[in-house]
Ligand binder design. Sequence first.
Ligand SMILES: Cc1cc2nc3c(=O)[nH]c(=O)nc-3n(C[C@H](O)[C@H](O)[C@H](O)COP(=O)(O)OP(=O)(O)OC[C@H]3O[C@@H](n4cnc5c(N)ncnc54)[C@H](O)[C@@H]3O)c2cc1C
Length: 395
Amino acid sequence: MVTGMKTDIAIIGGGIMGSAAAYFLARSGQVGSVTVIERDSTYTHATTPQGAGGVRQQFSVEENVHMSCYSLKFYKAFADRLGGTPDLPDINFREQGYLFLVTADGEDTLRKNHALQTSLGVKADLIDYAEVQRRFPSIQRENIVLGCYTPDDGWIDPNGAMWGFRRAAEHLGVTYVKGRVTGASTGAREVKSATLDTGQIILADFFINTAGPWVNEVAAMTDANVPVVPMCRVQHFWKCAHQIEPLPLIKDESGMFFRPEGDGYAGGRPSFDVAPGFVEDIYSGFFANYFEDTVWPMMAALVPKFEHLKLQRSWAGHYAQNTLDGNMIIGKYSPGHDNIITACGFSGHGIMHAPAVGRALSELALTGRYQTLDLSRMEISRVHANAPLAEVGIK
Ligand SMILES: Cc1cc2nc3c(=O)[nH]c(=O)nc-3n(C[C@H](O)[C@H](O)[C@H](O)COP(=O)(O)OP(=O)(O)OC[C@H]3O[C@@H](n4cnc5c(N)ncnc54)[C@H](O)[C@@H]3O)c2cc1C
């Protein structure tokens, strides 16, 4: 018989998703003990602290809009929602809006997406190029025909949000164990325990795999697999020599995005040519001249004042990229094991959806069903059916 620490629910991976799930489980008052297993207390390689922190309601898949609406409200009231948590970090919500910009090729899709969003209660303005320039004179690219501006959107400090969920979960009694899960033992239809690199064994009635871009390392321990790969995404921070009016987070059809950050700007442009996998060194190989050759010309073509900038630093993070459709996979995923679920494959949306997904994971773990927002279209069955549920337009 295996002996070790016993917990009701074990969560593998304590980034923003695992910590949000832990918080909602603890807050429910319906579970005895929750343990989060996190291998890196400094979160040096975790995805969450590397993210841009953008929170937006501009999506084409209805569930994504609903999740964003809930999460946006949650983040705007973060301190109140997690009230009572000692030393709660400030997530520094900046309600400065999101602006999607398209050329003639993207006009119809932007209009359709705008119609969906407004039908779901999102405040969103369609604005032509003249209006874009009137509101944001620094933007000057004549092939832009239309923008969609959502003034209630903005961005947060993702590190603050992740630690906020973790602090709140710990305050409500959740235990964080430092260690890397390296193996699992299974029974006829269930996962029984997780083994850590420290030698510790954690037995649980229920498991949640929120290991981010490492989701398949954990999935392999029960002979499972999800279509999610790590994709390196490099971000940059630069200062501009000119004064620029306050800008929203701006994104275009190429995937290029940027937003104000302190006394400069943070942004980038996901490359679709880089091979999947973890990239440790962005100063050689594919990303060696990426800012200068690819990102900077695109930024300066949109905002000519960016011709005169100083790049301060660049850093890499890794999307957990769902190769089927770029959207998350939630729920059971390990054939023959009914007591393990995941939420993974967020690509670039995990920070903004963490409150909604944490709540959904908690509902699944406690009741086996969604109690608030039905996310069943986002389960792994669509992968088996080869039926992508992809975002249309700007992703
Ligand atoms: C450059 C960039 C920009 C982004 N911008 C945005 C944005 O603007 N808005 C947005 O919403 N999203 C954005 N994202 C996406 C977002 O950051 C992710 O979707 C989100 O952070 C994923 O959270 P997570 O908890 O699933 O993963 P992570 O934060 O990676 O957490 C997973 C945790 O699991 C732990 N772990 C892994 N394996 C094990 C194991 N075997 N045992 C124990 N622990 C383990 C890891 O140490 C890690 O801490 C961006 C991502 C990148 C890379």
